[in-house]
Design a binder for this molecule. Structure first.
Ligand SMILES: *Cc1c(COP(=O)(O)O)cnc(C)c1O
Length: 315
């Protein structure tokens, strides 16, 4: 019981801490030439490890775990998962035990998994086949355990979406367009629902980072069956999840060099590349105000630095 009261205490410390990430205007010559105004919602600044949308997605999951008097979070992810790192750090912060089923060979290690371990997360490696059936894995290991709380891979679900919707409440002005990258579609669904509820004229756009990203619409429908569907741009996956091209990598380098804002190729690189491409192809109307959500996840770059073929941008 001591553990539970500790939980409640810690969480109550967090509750008054209302997140309000900054909105930063971006001035890039190619975009100014098209007379659009682009603002970045800096969710990457929310927390160094419980980064971006992962904090928003965990918030109501943690609240629900506390309500149910659970003290052990169990979740799922790949070997470079931002969600695992976020869950590990949130667990350490708010006094939960954490366990993750990791899709990968026994003993795989990398900087992200090492940080998960530092935060006290227990890792259970599973191969592809059994990873597919997550409910089954959970039942096998924790079916009889009254202390555990199941969190979907990537923080997917209605509790996650509810946290992401709060991003819209923070905005200081109206935007004609809001853009976010999509993995599970939870962040997009939360934003689309918040906009729908407000009857705002804002159009909500998603950039799926996986191939065949049309499934994102089904995920949004699952969470909110009756809202106006967001616009999905399906052609910016660059070959699939965590796949890159020379073009994407040089875009990332250019963007980071010219703005001083770090992005990475898996999510925010594809997102901003897509936006840049749409702007250059006159997708927008002059004077449109566009909000782009920087969903964080910058530790992903630790596994990708060798892919860059750095060019001298000052020549
Ligand atoms: C996890 C993640 C996403 C995907 O968010 P979903 O809600 O699953 O669509 C986007 N960007 C970053 C940086 C992420 O880490």
């Amino acid at each position: 019981m001591k553990q539970f009261s500790l939980n409640l205490f810690s969480f109550n410390v967090m509750l008054p801490f209302k997140i309000h990430s900054p909105e930063t205007e971006l001035y890039l010559p190619a975009w100014e030439k098209k007379h659009v105004k682009v603002t970045l919602k800096r969710d990457d600044l929310i927390h160094p490890f419980i980064s971006g949308n992962k904090w928003r997605k965990l918030k109501y999951n943690l609240a629900e775990a506390i309500r149910l008097q659970k003290n052990h979070l169990v979740t799922f992810g790949g070997t470079w998962s931002n969600h695992l790192l976020a869950t590990a750090c949130a667990g350490a912060t708010f006094k939960f035990r954490t366990t993750a089923f990791v899709r990968g060979e026994e003993g795989v290690n990398n900087p992200v998994l090492a940080m998960c371990r530092l935060f006290g997360m227990q890792l259970i490696y599973v191969e592809r086949e059994s990873y597919r059936n997550k409910e089954n894995l959970y039942k096998t290991y924790f079916g009889q355990d009254p202390t555990t709380f199941y969190i979907h891979e990537g923080g997917y679900g209605i509790l996650g979406a509810k946290g992401c919707a709060e991003l819209v409440d923070e905005l200081r002005q109206e935007y004609q367009h809001i853009f976010t990258a999509c993995g599970t579609g939870t962040t997009l669904a939360g934003i689309a629902n918040a906009i729908d509820k407000r009857d705002a004229l804002t159009r909500v756009h998603g950039i799926p980072v996986l191939k065949n990203g049309g499934f994102i619409q089904e995920e949004v429908d699952q969470l909110y069956p009756n809202i106006a569907p967001p616009i999905l741009h399906l052609n910016y996956h660059f070959g699939g999840y965590a796949k890159t091209t020379a073009d994407l990598l040089s875009f990332v380098q250019n963007f980071v060099t010219n703005t001083g804002i770090m992005i990475e190729p898996t999510y925010t690189g594809k997102l901003l590349y897509a936006l840049d491409d749409l702007i250059k192809n006159d997708y927008f109307t002059p004077a449109d105000k566009i909000l782009v959500v920087h969903t964080g996840g910058l530790t992903g770059i630790l596994g990708m630095y060798e892919r860059f073929n750095f060019i001298d941008l000052h020549q």
